[in-house]
Design a protein around this ligand. Sequence first.
Ligand code: ADP
Length: 466
Amino acid sequence: MASPALRPIQKVLCANRGEIAIRVFRACNELGIRTVAIYSDEDRTHEHRHKADEAYLVGRGKRPVEAYLGIDEILDVAERAGVDAIHPGYGFLSENADFAEACERRGIRFIGPRSPVVRTMGDKVAAKELARKVGVPVVPGVTLEGDDARVLEQARAFFAQHGGPILVKAAHGGGGRGMRVVREAAELESALASARSEAKSAFGSSAVFLEKFLERVRHIEVQLLGDLHGNLVHLHERDCSVQRRHQKVIEIAPAPNLSQQLRTAICDAAVRLAREAGYSSAGTAEFLVSGDSFYFIECNARLQVEHTVTEQVTGVDLVQSQIRIAEGYRLDSPQVGIPSQDAIVPRGFAVQLRVTTEDPANNFMPDAGIITAWRAATGFGIRLDGSNGYTMARISPYYDSMLVKVIAYAPTFEGAVMKGQRALREFRIRGVKTNLPFLENVLRHPAFQSGQTYTRFIDETPELFK
Ligand code: ADP
């Protein structure tokens, strides 16, 4: 498929840490692409540093999270190391349109959608507007504008019209932060104030909007992949309903217990939306499902933590596809290998379990320290994506508490659940507390086993904590 538009990538920097940096380096390795890691002082012994061909210290003297947020410094390292492209992973700068733009300006490819798309999708209000435009249902809501008094006035009017509960959401939010459920009108003022200040400090913008809070919903999302020539496909859906505080804990592909009609309607809606946005690279459209209705909530213009389950059931390596697309390859080229939408047929079921260093008995308080004993699961149908998995590894209190992702794959959902349980039992981790026993309790629960979970399942099921 030689074409003048092709621009091969020889060297990639991953502007991230931990498991996703390692995931990206593995993908590059298999494509014969050289890899560059960045690491903070806090991460000097971290495994991701050693999984790359070259590694550079960044953020000297800064707070540990800031190391992975310093756009200019990261781009300086990239230039010095002579990289052609940067993979942002997830979190950190992955949805930062200024970063995507800065990469483009310096002639370094950003492995993700084009910067204007990153910008639109980073704004949940703009993304909902786009959805409305192409006839995709959205949760009823209102954007709040103006000063504090004006914002409160609009919020009161929305509450009076729709009643509670409602949800205050950060327009530029992510990771479940900047969200407040309001059940009584009297709580509005303080919920708005705390959501806005959290949004300001976490995302640099205090812009918030309101949505009707839907009770007993499932979170269903669609994996999208587009090339730079206008071709776009979906890679079917994932069920990410098992959440804690609006953050995903377990993800499944495809969604069990979902009618074919609903599945098709949701995937079609996702593609319509992505086409309208001019989407390329990998991304996700997220929906809430209530009975036979579905509502778009947001798009993530990046690779997601749970991309692995889609890879297992479709056989498509999403990271390598992103790289090939950034080189200019078309979806139907042998390098990407997706001749048509119909060619993507999910087979079997995959369940991803996020093993964290959190203590379920103590309100999931993150634990840190040295791993004194480590034995991981292995065997047929088990994939582990992660790092830190060795004795004497140091778990930092400054970063996300995810230790390893366990992905169980089997021909049936029941089989994948049994395999997941078996894998969890094989783990032995000492020195830091983990959520392993909690995950086992979820997998053993009849509601999980019959695909009946909803987003508040963990919060409303006390027996999971026994
Ligand atoms: P973030 O970007 O922070 O992840 P999302 O908009 O994707 O935020 O929402 C995260 C989760 O919050 C959803 O999966 C769902 O559990 C919950 N949520 C979001 N919007 C609503 C809503 N309108 N009603 C009920 N739950 C919601």
